[in-house]
Design a protein around this ligand. Sequence first.
Ligand SMILES: [Zn+2]
Length: 159
Amino acid sequence: MKECTFCKIYKERKGIIYENENFFARFDRFPVSPGHTEVIPKRHFASFFDLNKQEWENFKPAISEVIETIEKTDLKKVYQGFIDQPLNEKSADFCKKILELDYINKKPDAYNIGLNEGEAAGRTIDHLHIHIIPRHFGDVEDYIGGIRHIIPGMGNYRK
Ligand SMILES: [Zn+2]
């Protein structure tokens, strides 16, 4: 059986940028935006609804402190590193696109925070992970609707 990707990352302590008692975080290797991070429970389970009481208590501080960490990090250096030692070609392409953005090291204007709860919602790794996606004015043509855009064409309720 293939070892769980996130359990392996935690065991090998690869690219961990933050941890508390119950969670750790790393930069996504296929970043949607500069600083795109995954917050991951140390315990292996798939569903958000299986967070126990202690994990739930440590969840909010993990999110807040990861955001502080993202804002303090030199992201140019991070993605250059990911290009120099690429996970694969696709990951290198994603990181190159991010490096070209002129707002790469600017403090984000906003965040999308979300998770894919179940396969039909897009989950591909059965170990809970919460995406933190920094956002900037101008990163998309029209930001109205935010995560509503996961169903193409249904995001913008104003137009
Ligand atoms: Zn796991």
